[in-house]
Design a protein around this ligand. Structure first.
Ligand SMILES: *Cc1c(COP(=O)(O)O)cnc(C)c1O
Length: 415
């Protein structure tokens, strides 16, 4: 969408440096540790592990790489099943395919937008019937909110299946007072440019199993056997984090708590300004935890509001304000649509409803008060205008077929 304004661009979630990063980067340069290992990597791993309260961490070149290593550690191989949240970014599931395993997508619940324990239980019931349990379950903590770890964890534990937490979006969030990403056998974080803290690109694998983390570091550095010459008995990867980027990460760790606070404040202000409008609902915060509110997300009842998410996103784009739809559920993605999928209850797909009605609002911790006022005013003005021409909007919606007639994928069971 083009915009007809030269107003300053407001980004969805842009990098927010603390000022401490430069010192660490300079130290890396001064000591010539310009390599995918070094003192900043070791220190970043230690500092992050201490912050979230887990025994160890292994820094990686991306969150995706960390998920891949976690799957290898869970012994996921060709033909294995891996259960995975459907309402997420494709990177949550891509590594399942790297391992030539089969993803089985699990729908969301209303309360947290995260994995539905009901859908997970039904997938397990079928897997038991077939005598083929999954090797791992990837539980995603969407937009900074922890999934219902007690219920989901209990189901997985009952079958002895490893939990991998994709906490790429939820660093700094808590579940029952404990840090998101520290409940499963493995947890992963991402430091991509749009995440709550960033190293421009990077990730972290965390676990209480230090031996497993050592194995992950081995695979991540080309699986080099201990020998003077280059010797390899396994296929490795080049997945380690640069010492320079780990320096950025150390600078960012110093302000993680501040960043969580800032994002929560941004959410609170949107909520205060917009939650009273009939037809707008914000992503709920489940009572069991504290979200980092990485992105403020809301769903729209188009009928009630007199406008569709697309129309609203267009109106914001015209004011040079970046927004995004909710993640398109992976079970609807062309590349994944033939894999099994379990909806929340048969015939009711919660993730599809959220996708079809949702919007992510600009939520960067470096947004100014005025930036946020602009977003709020643009939304209010647009809704007012739309309500005046409500009938027109309704007819358009019918033509566009967005409001009620969205496509609902049939549940496909594993076989
Ligand atoms: C960002 C993200 C990832 C991938 O992390 P990268 O560091 O970009 O590889 C994985 N899962 C989720 C849910 C994400 O949001």
């Amino acid at each position: 969408m083009t915009n007809s304004t030269n107003k300053k661009k407001i980004y969805l979630s842009s990098p927010h440096m603390s000022g401490y990063e430069q010192e660490f980067i300079q130290e890396a340069f001064a000591t010539n540790w310009i390599a995918p290992l070094g003192p900043h990597v070791d220190a970043f791993e230690r500092e992050l592990a201490d912050y979230v309260g887990i025994r160890g961490a292994a820094a990686t070149s991306s969150g995706t790489a960390a998920i891949h290593l976690a799957l290898k550690l869970a012994d996921v191989e060709e033909g294995d099943y891996v259960f995975c949240s459907s309402l997420t970014f494709s990177a949550s599931a891509n590594p399942i395919i790297y391992q030539r395993a089969t993803p089985v997508f699990i729908d969301s619940e209303e309360e947290s937008w995260n994995m539905s324990p009901k859908a997970l239980q039904r997938a397990f019931n079928d897997a038991v019937q077939l005598g083929k349990l999954p090797k791992a379950v990837i539980i995603v903590h969407l937009y900074g909110q922890s999934a219902n770890m007690d219920e989901l964890g209990e189901i997985c534990a009952q079958y002895g299946v490893a939990v991998i937490e994709d906490a790429a979006e939820s660093l700094g969030a808590t579940y029952k007072g404990k840090q998101s990403g520290t409940f499963g056998k493995f947890g992963i974080y991402s430091f991509n440019g749009n995440k709550i803290i960033t190293t421009s690109g990077g990730g972290m694998l965390v676990s209480n199993d230090l031996e497993a983390l050592q194995k992950a570091r081995f695979w991540a550095t080309q699986a080099r056997d201990p020998a003077r010459h280059y010797q390899h008995s396994e296929i490795g990867y080049n997945y380690r984090l640069s010492n320079v980027l780990a320096g950025i990460g150390r600078g960012q760790m110093k302000v993680l708590a501040e960043r969580v606070k800032a994002r929560r404040e941004i959410f609170a202000r949107y909520h205060e300004a917009l939650a009273g409008i009939r037809g707008i609902e914000f992503m709920p915060e489940a009572a069991y935890g504290r979200s980092n509110r990485w992105l403020t997300t809301m769903t729209i009842d188009s009928e009630e509001l007199g406008t569709t998410p697309n129309e609203l996103m267009d109106a914001l784009a015209e004011e040079n304000i970046e927004t995004r739809p909710i993640w398109k559920p992976l079970h609807l993605q062309p590349v994944f649509q033939d894999y099994p999928y379990y909806s929340h209850v048969v015939g009711e797909s919660v993730s599809e409803r959220i996708f079809n009605n949702g919007i992510c609002l600009p939520s960067g911790s470096n947004m100014t008060y005025e930036d946020q006022s602009r977003v709020i005013e643009t939304i209010r003005d647009f809704i007012k205008r739309q309500r005046l021409s409500r009938k027109k909007a309704y007819d358009m919606r019918k033509k566009g077929g967005l409001a009620k007639s969205w496509y609902c994928r049939r549940e496909v069971q594993i076989n």
